[in-house]
Design a protein around this ligand. Structure first.
Ligand SMILES: C[S@@+](CC[C@H](N)C(=O)[O-])C[C@H]1O[C@@H](n2cnc3c(N)ncnc32)[C@H](O)[C@@H]1O
Length: 267
């Protein structure tokens, strides 16, 4: 049963149109966007989510857009157990995190698997690694020799280290730091994954620096009406004039008229 069906009769009929069609589930915590019109019924909505999802124990409401370097949003407690730390299961991996202090999107599980399956016996660098879902997926589902993950948010790195132990992976190295500073310590990688779609392009020079000749960058970015394929080709060639674009792939819708994309680039 979906939330709209479940809430029929539990809310005045005129509010039915505002019931959210979807919400994210991270481990046993649900995160929902409640439209202004429905705010006074937030508890009813939250209780509905708990009732129809037996594995969900806590509901939070989105209280801001994603902000700042750490890409975090404010969360407002709605109902259920008062907890922020959970363990999310995807692709046979367990990812521990605090939903308030660490970025994580459960919608990217399929993309993480796609990336992992495309990797051979390589040295892989993951910029913007968060709590480690990309490095751990790559370790579990590829023959990568070593995977280094750089993350600037110390609270994420605490979970990243915990996740390495939780998943018993031996070839993942977490690094706490700002990519624009610590990149100088790394050379000779086969591939760099850059999952920070809003601003990863600003770090293309750093990515090239850590790669060996012929290495591949997987750059995540946002396509829109104005920032289309032509725009991104020009932006990339301005920074890396000799680079070749190997492929351009859709990842996920990113709000109205926008699409998260992955551009694979050979340097
Ligand atoms: C969109 S999140 C992706 C996190 C993770 N890869 C995932 O898929 O869940 C981007 C991450 O990059 C980190 N970040 C942003 N700027 C950074 C920088 N200059 N150096 C290192 N990490 C950075 C943020 O703290 C955030 O955790």
């Amino acid at each position: 049963m979906d939330l709209k069906e479940y809430l029929t009769g539990k809310l005045p009929e005129e509010y039915r149109q505002y019931i959210p069609r979807s919400f994210d589930i991270i481990g046993d915590i649900a995160i929902v966007e409640i439209p202004n019109e429905l705010k006074k019924f937030r508890k009813v909505v939250g209780e509905g989510i708990l009732s129809i999802n037996k594995n969900v124990r806590t509901v939070y409401e989105k209280a801001s857009a994603r902000e700042g370097t750490f890409r975090l949003r404010k969360l407002k407690y709605v109902c259920g157990a008062r907890r922020l730390i959970t363990v999310h299961k995807e692709n046979g991996a367990r990812i521990s995190l605090n939903v308030r202090t660490c970025y994580f999107s459960p919608r990217e599980g399929t993309e993480r698997m796609r990336i992992a399956k495309s990797i051979g016996d390589e040295h892989v660098m993951v910029f913007f690694a968060g709590a480690g879902p990309y490095p751990i997926a790559i370790s579990k589902h590829s023959n990568a020799k070593e995977i280094v993950g750089i993350e600037i948010n110390p609270k994420c790195v605490t979970h990243f280290k915990r996740n390495i132990k939780l998943n018993k992976v031996k070839n993942v190295v977490p690094v706490l730091g700002d990519v624009s500073k610590v990149y100088r310590n790394f050379h000779g990688f086969d591939r760099v994954i850059m999952p920070l779609p809003e601003s990863a392009w600003k770090f293309l020079k750093e990515a090239k620096h850590v790669l060996k000749r012929g290495g591949i960058i997987s750059l995540y970015c946002i396509f829109s009406k104005t920032e289309d394929e032509k725009f991104w080709r020009e932006r990339i060639s301005k920074t890396l004039p000799k680079a070749k674009i190997i492929s351009i792939n859709k990842v996920l819708p990113f709000g109205p008229g926008k699409m998260k994309m992955r551009i694979d680039i050979s340097v």
